[in-house]
Design a protein around this ligand. Structure first.
Ligand code: F6P
Length: 323
């Protein structure tokens, strides 16, 4: 690979708190290493349209504590086409971009792999609140989202307790139940329903509610991941079967915003620095990841082929703790 002098950075897919911390780390460590850093707006769309600008040390002042992404983001349909990808390669050449850092989820990583295959070295940084990137134990934004959801459920619990109701809360995670499982434990849910595990309405929801009531419980928290969905219908069925008043809350995009936690700021900073180091050393076609709490990197195809499952021990623990 020829020497990399100019790098581009973009954020793609759903935004996640901590993306700004990663952008800041890319810009500042890049400049520290003598590289020119170009910001690419609106994900891969900006790489196709040339919405690109040079960043300096001050371009990333005052963003560390801010949610969202100053580079904006998109799920680019055009980049998924052969013509779109070719345009992105041409634009990279025109702007003198020798390597690109992509901060996003696994859809964004697939884009990074395609760009690499077309001769533009890329490094992916895992950024999504869902924590569903197989090759990494952690994705930027997960901890902040968990804390946002935890706060919201604490508030819902107050009113559920006062009215002796059952609260059904739908959290994000179209294909993944990591948010549901973690807040299920953190907020003491009676039942946690995730897309990765089959569930039986009577055995997994009604039974714990009835048994809990018989043991003196006065309210219930049921967490359902977006990928399973149907919180409103679920609340209706619970009320019908148990006679306990039930209400549904769909938390939605509130989970994606807000100031990143310390954990997200620190990990995003480390991952941003690692991505720059790789490109500076002439190493592309990689993804940055966390393994055993350390920042590591994998070949992008190897990373995309990895699988990750929901932790059965945590699922069991959640059930025991809700007795
Ligand atoms: O990937 C992050 C995520 O928030 C998912 O949990 C959710 O399914 C999806 O993005 C929602 O996307 P949008 O912002 O397009 O509604």
């Amino acid at each position: 690979m020829s020497q990399i002098k100019t790098i581009g950075v973009l954020t793609s897919g759903g935004d996640a708190p901590g993306m700004n911390a990663a952008i800041r780390a890319v810009v500042r460590t890049g400049i520290h290493h003598g590289l020119k850093v170009m910001g690419i707006r609106k994900g891969y769309n900006g790489l196709i349209s040339g919405d690109i600008f040079e960043m300096n040390l001050r371009s990333v002042s005052d963003i560390l504590h801010r949610g969202g992404t100053i580079l904006h983001t998109a799920r680019s349909k055009e980049f998924a086409t052969e013509a779109g990808m070719q345009k992105a390669v041409t634009i990279s050449r025109i702007f003198g971009i020798d390597g690109v850092i992509v901060i996003g989820g696994d859809g964004s990583f697939r884009g990074a792999r395609d760009l690499s295959n077309l001769g533009v070295p890329t490094v992916g940084i895992p950024g999504t609140i869902d924590n569903d990137i197989a090759c990494s134990e952690y994705t930027i934004g997960f901890d902040t989202a968990l804390n946002t959801v935890k706060d919201a459920i604490d508030k819902i619990r107050d009113t559920a307790t006062s009215h002796e109701r059952c609260s059904v809360i739908e959290v994000m995670g179209a294909q993944a139940g990591y948010i549901a499982l973690h807040v299920g434990i953190a907020n003491g849910a009676e039942a946690i329903i995730v897309p990765e595990k089959k569930f039986d309405f009577h055995h997994d929801v009604i039974k714990p509610i009835i048994e809990g009531k018989n043991r003196g419980k006065r309210h219930d928290i049921i967490i359902v991941a977006e990928g399973v969905g149907g919180a409103v219908e679920l609340a209706g069925k619970i009320q019908q079967e148990t006679g306990i008043e039930a209400r549904a809350t769909i938390l939605g995009h509130i989970q994606r915003g807000g100031s990143p936690t310390v954990m997200d700021r620190v990990i995003a900073s480390q991952m941003g620095a690692k991505a720059v180091q790789l490109l500076k050393d002439g190493i592309g076609n990689r993804v940055v990841a966390m393994k055993d709490y350390k920042i590591v990197d994998y070949d992008i195809i190897e990373g995309l082929n990895m699988t990750k499952t929901i932790d059965d021990e945590m699922v069991e623990l959640a059930k025991i703790l809700s007795l």
